[in-house]
Write a protein that binds this ligand. Structure first.
Ligand code: FES
Length: 154
């Protein structure tokens, strides 16, 4: 189905128009394009022209970034869509549901870190033996002080 645009409305947008309408800096748009998140066509005079769908793509990227989704994950999500099309409502629903689970996991990790930080506030020892933030991989330290592996073998 071909959509007729109102008279005077260009089928594609310049980078300046995309920046103005999306509220995203031109340099950021160039960065997104360099990362393969958005795509443009070049005119004969080598100017970038973007399909109108890029506005929804940029909105998608900004919202995903706002909730802390890494750009690499956003790029992977957008790779599944045709380059000139915008994420649909169904795309957003599916992807945001997946990202919700990741956010829940990250929140749980942050809460754990916050609780560990509570132990450090007012301490300042930064001890490799005592401080879980200093030595986060010390799983045996959870069992207590001393040579835990030797103690366990007895
Ligand atoms: S600074 Fe002392 S326990 Fe972390």
């Amino acid at each position: 189905m071909q959509i007729r645009l109102p008279e005077g409305m260009a089928a594609t947008l310049s980078v300046g128009e995309v920046a103005q309408r999306s509220g995203v800096a031109v340099s950021t748009l160039h960065f997104y394009e360099g990362k393969g998140l958005i795509h443009s066509e070049r005119t004969e005079s080598n100017h970038r022209r973007y399909a109108r769908a890029v506005l929804r793509r940029v909105a998608f990227i900004r919202v995903a970034q706002r909730v802390g989704i890494p750009l690499a994950d956003i790029a992977t999500a957008l790779e599944a869509l045709p380059a000139a099309s915008a994420p649909s409502r169904a795309d957003w629903t599916r992807l945001s549901a997946n990202w919700r689970a990741e956010l829940d996991e990250r929140l749980a990790q942050l809460k754990k870190l916050r609780d560990q930080l509570d132990d450090c506030i007012g301490c300042g020892c930064l001890s490799i033996d005592r401080c879980r933030l200093r030595n986060p991989l010390d799983k045996l330290g959870d069992e207590g002080a001393g040579p835990r592996r030797l103690i366990a073998k007895r």
